[in-house]
Design a protein around this ligand. Structure first.
Ligand code: SF4
Length: 300
């Protein structure tokens, strides 16, 4: 049952982080218009099971008036609202309050602030920490999101296979992370990747929608375009089994995806997402409707 819709409000970001799933940056194109936001929210109501609306990016605070208006409409329609930000605006406590207070007044239910060394290497002026403490003081429901540079340790925890290297830090090897963070990390045999470990591709609980209308189950993996077919219909008609990418991923993970589409590949990968992302990249021109937009694969 689909309960959450996440707006990728814009692909633009003031930062260009190594671990970004969607290749955001200052020059990335694509931002929602207000009427497109209304269209998504009307469709969310039609679906009937949606509880949460998230505003993410890129960096959604770059389009502050648009985000605020979107939140107002979503709240009026009875949705709970969350936001994810890097808090670049928290240049002083007074300024942080200026940007955060309206969110409190709008009754948002979750503010996720990226607070880690990939976003802020300089601990002395950590904007995220300032925004976190200001949000807490104001009473905004807030939490931090922390993803660190990949670390390697040899298996000692109960979750790990004894003696096998395990990659810590929480980065997912999709998007820019594949290009910037995967080199030199230990890899595993491709046949081990028999399932998608993170997304429920059969019964999705949430989708991400971008300004081009793509409805993503995972970044760059779309079930269709809602500017061409209404979102409520796309969701009603979706069946993983008949989707050329999700079908194999559900049945046998990235290993089956590569096999079913006859994609030549390496013997070893860092993790399932690393393998899945590179297979999808190889298939991008064969399935342009489902593997899109190209900029999420660093191609435009
Ligand atoms: S295995 Fe593929 S579909 Fe699943 S979370 Fe990783 S990149 Fe996304």
């Amino acid at each position: 049952m689909l309960t959450g819709i996440h707006f990728l409000l814009t692909y633009m970001c003031n930062l260009e982080c190594d671990h970004c799933f969607v290749y955001s940056g200052p020059n990335a194109k694509g931002t929602f218009t207000l009427s497109q936001i209304r269209q998504v929210l009307d469709e969310a109501t039609k679906i009937g099971t949606i509880k949460w609306i998230y505003f993410e990016g890129g960096e959604p605070f770059l389009f502050y008036p648009l985000m605020i208006e979107g939140i107002k409409i979503a709240r009026k329609m009875g949705f709970k609202v969350g936001i994810v930000t890097n808090a670049y605006f928290a240049i002083s406590e007074e300024d942080a309050e200026l940007w955060l207070k309206p969110l409190l007044e709008l009754g948002i239910s979750d503010l996720g602030i990226s607070d880690d060394s990939l976003h802020y290497e300089d601990e002395k002026d950590n904007l995220a920490k300032r925004a976190l403490s200001t949000a807490k003081r104001l009473g905004v429901p807030v939490g931090s999101i922390c993803i660190e540079k990949p670390t390697v340790k040899i298996g000692i925890d109960k979750e790990q296979v004894k003696g096998e290297p395990v990659i810590g830090g929480g980065a997912m090897f999709r998007g820019r992370a594949v290009e910037k963070l995967s080199e030199g990390l230990p890899k595993r045999w491709w046949k081990e990747f028999k399932e998608c470990p993170y997304e429920d591709l059969k019964e999705p609980k949430r989708v991400h929608i971008d300004p081009y209308g793509n409805v993503h189950l995972c970044q760059g993996l779309s079930i269709g375009n809602m500017w061409r077919k209404p979102l409520s219909t796309l969701i009603k008609d979706y069946a993983a089994d008949s989707h050329p990418i999700c079908g194999p991923l559900v049945k046998g993970g990235p290993a089956l995806l590569a096999k079913e589409h006859n994609v030549k590949h390496e013997d070893k990968y860092v993790d399932a997402c690393h393998f899945c992302y590179l297979i999808r990249l190889a298939l991008i021109d064969k399935f342009p409707e489902f593997l899109t937009p190209k900029q999420v694969y660093g191609l435009e």
